[in-house]
Design a protein around this ligand. Structure first.
Ligand code: DC
Length: 223
C-alpha cells in the first residue's frame, strides 16, 4: 500500500505519516528531507541557494546516506535550513534531479534499519501529484497559518531552538506564499486527495479520521 500525505508546513503531515506508517507497518519517507539536505549542503559549501545549476549538481549526487548525515546538523530543521530548503525546492532542475531517488524508494521500500517493507507513507507536498500519483490513498493535510506557526514554534522550543512566535509566523506566511506561487510543483492537492483541515483537531483525532478513510477504501477497493 502507498499513502501520500501532502500539505503546507507544520500542518501535521509528519505526525500523521509516522503514526500511519507504524500502524500499517509501512516505510516512511519524509521527502522534505531531500530539499533540506540540498539547501543545507549549499550553505555548508558557501554557495548561494538561488544558484539553480549548483543546487541541481548537488541534488544529482544526493544519496540516502549523505541525507541522513546532513540531517544530524543543527541547521537541518532550523529557520535557516527551512528557508534554504524552500528556495532550492523552487528550482525545477533541483526537483527533476531528486525525483528518481524519491520514486525509486517505492520499488524497494525499507525501514530505517534496512529491513524490507511492503509499502510506503510518502510525506511531502507533491507526493500525491508528482512523486507517486498511483498511490492508493492520498491525503492533503492543512491548517490555518497561526495554528501551524504555533505548532512549529512549540517544536523549536522543545528542541531548544531559540526563536519568537511572531518570527515563526512571518516565516511561515512567507514560505506559504513562495510554495504556492512558484511554478515548479506549486502547493495544491491532487484531484483525488481527501482534504483534512487539522486546525481544530488533535493528533489522535486526525489519525482516527485517516484510519477510517483507509479502512473504507481498503474494503471497497480490495488492496
Ligand atoms: O516538509 P518540510 O518543511 O521538511 O519541507 C522543506 C521544504 O521542502 C519546503 O519549503 C517545501 C519543500 N518540499 C517540496 O517542495 N516538496 C516536497 N515533496 C517536500 C518538501
Amino acid at each position: 500500500m502507498i499513502i501520500t500525505i501532502d500539505g503546507p508546513a507544520a500542518a501535521g503531515k509528519g505526525t500523521l505519516g509516522t503514526a500511519l506508517a507504524e500502524r500499517y507497518r509501512l516505510a516512511y519517507f519524509d521527502t522534505g528531507m531531500v530539499y533540506r539536505a540540498v539547501g543545507l549542503e549549499m550553505i555548508l559549501e558557501g554557495l548561494d541557494v538561488h544558484n539553480e545549476e549548483k543546487a541541481a549538481a548537488l541534488a544529482a549526487k544526493l544519496t540516502f546516506v549523505k541525507m541522513i548525515k546532513l540531517s544530524r546538523q543543527k541547521d537541518f530543521r532550523s529557520d535557516v535550513g527551512s528557508r534554504a530548503a524552500s528556495i532550492v525546492s523552487a528550482h525545477p532542475q533541483v526537483r527533476a534531479a531528486l525525483l528518481k531517488m524519491q520514486q525509486d524508494f517505492a520499488l524497494n521500500p525499507t525501514f530505517a534499519d534496512g529491513c524490507p517493507a511492503e509499502g510506503v507513507v510518502y510525506d511531502g507536498r507533491d507526493t500525491g501529484t508528482v512523486v507517486c500519483p498511483q498511490a492508493e490513498i492520498k491525503l492533503f493535510v492543512t491548517a490555518g497559518p497561526e495554528v501551524r506557526a504555533k505548532r512549529r514554534y512549540d517544536e523549536f522550543r522543545q528542541k531548544g531552538i531559540e526563536t519568537e512566535y511572531e518570527k515563526v509566523l512571518a516565516d511561515m506566511i512567507a514560505r506559504d506564499k513562495r510554495d504556492s506561487e512558484r511554478t515548479a510543483a506549486p502547493l495544491k492537492p491532487a484531484e483525488d486527495a481527501v482534504i483534512f483541515d487539522t486546525s481544530e483537531l488533535n493528533a489522535a483525532e486526525v489519525m482516527a479520521k485517516a484510519v477510517a478513510l483507509i479502512e473504507e477504501k481498503k474494503s471497497k477497493n480490495g488492496f
